[in-house]
Design a protein around this ligand. Structure first.
Ligand code: SF4
Length: 215
């Protein structure tokens, strides 16, 4: 199955999910850090608290008392570490002229800047580059790995890099944003840790379903 056909199949089911769910680019970055190792429901509570207190911006976080920041993001878990990550990230972005100025940077420079930062792993980096800077990035997470392995496009991670290049070369930035959102949705609806193939709309074109349901 090629990437465009796969995208179309998912799109027929889910349509445009309008990700990332945030009002500003700074909120996307804050959410990308807060969502590490926790559910989006918990992140929403933290974002609401930051908003209620007028602190949902990198400038405000940079100026905040660390203890207040920890308190306001407590619901997202690992709040000591996440507060440290957000503080360092906010200070660095502001020192470099803010997001508008950084948006003129080349992909490689943004990559080096964020990947060298404390607490920013590959998934967070790619989410920030795709959703806050509109750069061509395919976000890989647990849902993606499960889904691509099972449908037969990822072979024990051996072709992970070529698959990523194929996806980034086949889809536009807008499609990449929605592709990740749709994969998260199918991961939550059907392609869970224990896949629920019987009710899944992909079952007729999925290797795992063919092997397990129609052996
Ligand atoms: S058919 Fe099963 S394994 Fe395939 S995508 Fe759907 S839930 Fe996942």
């Amino acid at each position: 199955m090629d990437i465009i056909s796969l995208y179309d199949q998912l799109f027929q089911k889910y349509g445009d999910l309008k990700w990332w769910p945030a009002g500003t680019h700074e909120e996307i970055i804050i959410g990308a850090v807060l969502t590490q190792n926790t559910s989006w429901k918990n992140v929403e509570i933290s974002i609401s608290k930051l908003k209620e207190n007028g602190n949902c911006s990198l400038q405000a976080i940079s100026e905040m008392n660390p203890e207040s920041l920890k308190e306001q993001i407590r619901s997202s878990g690992f709040f000591n570490r996440k507060a440290q990550v957000l503080k360092k990230l906010s200070d660095s972005v502001i020192m470099n002229g803010g997001l508008e100025s950084m948006n003129t940077w080349a992909d490689m420079d943004l990559d080096l800047f964020f990947s060298g930062m404390f607490g920013i792993g590959k998934e967070t980096l790619d989410s920030i580059l795709l959703y806050a800077f509109y750069r061509k990035r395919f976000v890989v997470d647990k849902y993606t790995n499960n889904f691509f392995s099972r449908i037969g496009l990822l072979n024990n991670n051996e072709n992970a890099e070529s698959l990523r290049k194929n996806i980034e070369g086949s889809l536009s930035v807008e499609q990449l944003k929605n592709f990740h959102a749709m994969i998260v949705n199918i991961g939550k609806d059907h392609c869970k840790a224990k896949p629920q193939c019987a009710g899944c709309f992909m079952k007729n074109s999925c290797d795992h379903a063919k092997e397990t349901m129609f052996p």
